[in-house]
Structure formats: structure tokens, C-alpha cells
Design a protein around this ligand. Structure first.
Ligand code: NAD
Length: 482
């Protein structure tokens, strides 16, 4: 295990690292081995109460008095510290989440980049003056909500903390972060670095714990003025219901069943690595995983054969072995994914990757599975699996491609592979998704690119400049001066 330079059993409240109020801890498990490697605090309602009070105090104190430029400088310094520690953070994340080291390093660098981006943006959010009746000057101000709550999942802790906490801090909010109980070590490491960067005490509070305890307490807390939730549809609905009781806005970043649509005129050599990687990256535990590959009939068999060959060369193993695919996060997640694969008729499973020799028996490994021949209505073609499983679905023409692509409850991202510029433009408009990629998938992560869903993929936008609007409140000032 990467040695930690901090005590993982503590919560951070008001600048003080301390045991959870209840004094209890939860185990940390390494998904690559299934073994217990440490402990985290089991924060609860009392810790959330104290964290919200500490955030309110920060807003009334040093943090609330800082100029936007000063806030930006702290975030920029924090980004530099994250970059300097990127390798250590990546090793922690690899072992905590089970993600291959190279992917974990990309996440650490993305976290640094979020701080750099939002550090630079902090003093560039402007209001406007509005022409109005004579005798008036009218202008708008963008102000922080106040205390913001951030509930984060286990699959990309660093990236999701970066995009939500980074934007919230840039706008002058004070944050209470509830990382996922399955993987929260980098959240704690990040908060230590934030202290080193000069973030005033109470500005960022971190309370690890169970969702139904610390998470539910944060979602329902009347002192929280905005909630950012990333996770499952069911919990997202519960968080939104809790927030509604306090009339608090919520950003929901939920799941997906995202399609890549491959037309017969596409450059298949170019497309192939994107088609496969977007399904197996992070062992498919990615909200924006391309779990459906829609292929025009003329090239269906060729794409199937080439993807099958790619799948057969995929190796699954421990995070530190840095193969293409790591373990799933937990025994439960493995059971869920294997349950999904078991729904397929054996004839539908056209290729599988292999679990590497010597992969520890207790690790949560699942061999990636490529499926074909399913009807678009099959559960495997409609439900989010959250594992390394992709389904190929044939289509005849644009009309059918759009109908299948838009035919699930979700709408997170979509990709079009085609050389036809008019078709690219038509489909980009017709696809029901928060992001559409043309001849690529994911655009390299895109800290700068607004991200979020429609339908059951959620609402609100994070990432990019757009997030700064979500993490602030617009005030209109109408001054009558004659
Ligand atoms: P989850 O909903 O079980 O947990 C997410 C977070 O919510 C965790 O911190 C958990 O402790 C907390 N939580 C659980 N119960 C709670 C409750 N009752 N009240 C408040 N908080 C509670 O999700 P998960 O299984 O950890 O993550 C997988 C899901 O997240 C997938 O559906 C995936 O698509 C989605 N996801 C979406 C995005 C996105 O940006 N759209 C990114 C990553 C993951």
C-alpha cells in the first residue's frame, strides 16, 4: 500500500483533523486483493452539523472577505501542489479504487488542471449592466450560494471533486464534502494539500461516512444552500427530495447508457480505439461509458470482428500492474455486473478479455464482455451496467440510429463517427445528450467543457465556465437616481 502522509481515520472540520463524533471507523478495502488495508472515519449527522457550522463561520470570516483574485490564487497554488504530488495521489487512488495506475495518474493531473482552470476563472465571472428606464442604473452581481454540499461517488473521486469543489470555491462558496465510503483517501489527501495552499480553515470540510448516515444528513441539512450530487439515479432522487424540503437547488450528475454511432463512411481505424476504450476504461465504471455501439449494417460485421479481436487482447489485473483493465470496486459490484452478463444468451457473448495469470484470487475481477445480436429493447441494451460490458446494435439509416440512440431513459453523452459534415450537424442536434462528440469520444476529458445530462442522467452542468454560474446566484440591482 502507498504510505499515507496523513491519518485516514479523521474528518476535517473547521481546519481541525479529528475522529468522527461517534468515534467509529469503516474499513478500507483494496479491490485488487479484496484485503482490508486501513480505516476511514464513520462520520455522521453530528459531524455534518459541525462541518456546516464551520463553513458558515468561514464565510463570515477570512474566506468571505477574500477577493475573487485572492481565491483564484489559492486554487492555483493548490493545483500546483496536486501536480507535484500527482504520482503519490495516483498510487493512493489506484489502490483505493482499483484503477490502473496510468488512469489514476490521468485523474490526478485532471484534478490539478481543475484547480488551475478554476483558479484562473475566479476573477473573470462578470455581471452585466441592463439598459432600463431613464433615471435607473441596473446591473447584476454573481454571488456565492453560501455553504455548498458535495456528495461524490467512488469511481472518479479526484476528477469529480475537482470539477465540483473547484468551481464552488472559485465562486466563494464554502464546501462540505462527503466522499464515497468505498474510496475517499484522495479526498482526504486533497484536503490536506488545500490547507498547505492556504485555504482558510472551514472553507473545505470533509466528512467521510456512509451514504445513509453522513450523506443523508448533508442532503437534508437546512444550512446547506446548494447541493452537488454525483451518483446513482435512486440516491439522486432521494437527495433531490431532501433538498426540496429546504428549497435548495441541486445539480444531479447521474448515470448513462451512452451510444457511439458508427456510420459506414466512418474512418474505422480512427474509431476503433475510441469504441473499445470508452467501454472498458475504469473497468466500465464510468458514468459516460460508451456501453452501446450502434453500427450501420454495411460495416457491422467488420466492426464486430475488429472489436472482438481487441477484446480478446484485453488483460484484467491488479491496479499496480497497470494493465488495460483493473478490478471492479467491490464484491457487490462484481456480483451486479456478472448478474447482467448472465442475462445474455451465450450466443450473444462474442468476445471476452482475460483475467491475467497471478491476479489475486480475492480481487473483484470481471473479464470484459462484448455482446452482439441483442434487440435494442433488451435490458442489456437499456440499463446501466457499470462494468466492462458493451453491446453492438445494428441500424439501417440515420432515422433508425437516432431512434435507438435516444431510446433509453438516459441522455449523458453520445458520439457520431462519420465523414459526412451535414450528417454530423444534423445528428448533433437530434441526439438527446448533454455532450455530443464528432469523430472522437470524450475529447480527452475536457475540464473546459460543460458536462451533464438530460432525462435520468440528471440536470445542471458542471465543468467549464458554465459550472461557475451553477455555483452562484444572480442578483439584480436596480438603482433609481433620477
Ligand atoms: P451511489 O448513488 O450509491 O453513491 C454516490 C454517493 O452518494 C456516495 O458518496 C454515497 O455515500 C452517497 N449516498 C448513498 N446513499 C445516500 C443517501 N441516502 N443520501 C445521501 N447520499 C447518499 O452511487 P455509486 O454506486 O457510488 O456510483 C455509481 C453511480 O454514479 C452510477 O450510476 C454512475 O453512472 C454514477 N456516476 C455519474 C457521474 C456523472 O458525472 N454523471 C459520474 C460518476 C458516477
Amino acid at each position: 500500500m502507498q504510505e499515507l502522509w496523513f491519518d485516514s481515520r479523521e474528518v476535517l472540520i473547521g481546519g481541525r483533523w479529528q475522529a468522527a463524533a461517534g468515534g467509529e471507523t469503516l474499513p478500507v478495502e483494496d479491490p485488487s486483493t479484496g484485503q482490508e488495508t486501513g480505516a476511514i472515519a464513520r462520520g455522521g449527522a453530528a459531524d455534518i452539523d459541525a462541518a456546516v457550522a464551520a463553513a458558515q463561520a468561514a464565510l463570515a470570516g477570512d474566506w468571505g472577505r477574500m477577493t475573487a483574485t485572492e481565491r483564484g490564487r489559492v486554487l492555483t497554488r493548490l493545483g500546483r501542489l496536486v501536480e507535484e504530488r500527482a504520482e503519490a495521489l495516483a498510487r493512493i487512488e489506484a489502490q483505493d479504487v482499483g484503477k490502473p495506475l496510468t488512469q489514476a495518474l490521468a485523474d490526478a493531473r485532471a484534478l490539478a488542471r481543475y484547480m488551475e482552470f478554476y483558479g484562473g476563472a475566479a476573477d473573470k465571472v462578470m455581471g452585466e449592466t441592463i439598459p432600463y428606464q431613464s433615471g435607473y442604473t441596473v446591473y447584476t452581481l454573481r454571488e456565492p450560494h453560501g455553504v455548498t454540499g458535495h456528495i461524490v461517488p467512488w469511481n472518479y473521486p479526484m476528477q469529480i471533486i475537482g470539477r465540483s469543489v473547484g468551481a464552488a470555491l472559485a465562486m466563494g462558496n464554502a464546501c462540505v464534502l462527503k466522499p464515497a465510503e468505498e474510496a475517499c483517501l484522495t479526498a482526504l489527501a486533497f484536503a490536506r494539500l488545500a490547507g498547505e495552499a492556504g485555504l482558510p480553515p472551514g472553507t473545505l470540510n470533509v466528512v467521510p461516512g456512509l451514504g445513509e448516515e453522513a450523506g443523508a444528513a448533508l442532503a437534508a441539512h437546512p444550512g446547506v444552500r446548494h447541493l452537488s450530487f454525483t451518483g446513482s439515479v435512486g440516491v439522486g432522487a432521494a437527495v433531490q427530495a431532501a433538498a426540496a424540503r429546504n428549497i435548495v437547488p441541486v445539480t444531479l450528475e447521474l448515470g448513462g447508457k451512452s451510444p457511439q454511432i458508427v456510420f459506414a463512411d466512418a474512418d474505422l481505424d480512427d474509431a476503433l480505439p475510441f469504441l473499445v476504450n470508452a467501454g472498458v476504461q475504469n473497468a466500465g465504471q464510468t458514468c459516460s461509458a460508451a456501453s452501446r455501439i450502434l453500427v450501420q449494417r454495411e460495416v457491422h460485421d467488420e466492426v464486430l470482428a475488429r472489436m472482438a479481436a481487441a477484446y480478446e487482447s484485453l488483460r484484467v489485473g491488479p491496479a499496480l500492474a497497470d494493465l488495460e483493465v483493473g478490478p471492479l470496486i467491490s464484491a457487490r459490484q462484481k456480483e451486479i455486473v456478472e448478474g447482467f452478463v448472465a442475462l445474455a444468451d451465450p450466443a450473444h457473448i462474442v468476445a471476452r478479455g482475460a483475467i491475467a495469470e497471478g491476479a489475486p484470487g480475492g480481487g473483484h475481477y470481471v473479464a470484459p464482455a462484448l455482446l452482439a445480436g441483442l434487440s435494442p429493447d433488451h435490458r442489456l441494451a437499456r440499463d446501466e451496467i457499470f462494468g466492462p460490458v458493451q453491446a453492438l446494435i445494428p441500424f439501417e439509416d440515420e432515422e433508425e440510429a437516432v431512434a435507438i440512440a435516444n431510446g433509453t431513459d438516459y441522455g449523458l453523452v453520445a458520439a457520431i463517427w462519420s465523414r459526412d459534415g451535414a450528417r454530423q450537424m444534423r445528428l448533433a442536434r437530434r441526439l438527446r445528450a448533454g455532450q455530443v462528440f464528432v469523430n472522437n469520444y470524450g475529447a480527452g476529458g475536457g475540464v473546459e467543457l460543460p458536462f451533464g445530462g438530460v432525462g435520468k442522467s440528471g440536470h445542471g452542468r458542471e465543468k467549464g465556465f458554465e459550472a461557475l454560474y451553477g455555483f452562484s446566484v444572480l442578483k439584480t440591482v436596480a438603482a433609481r437616481h433620477g
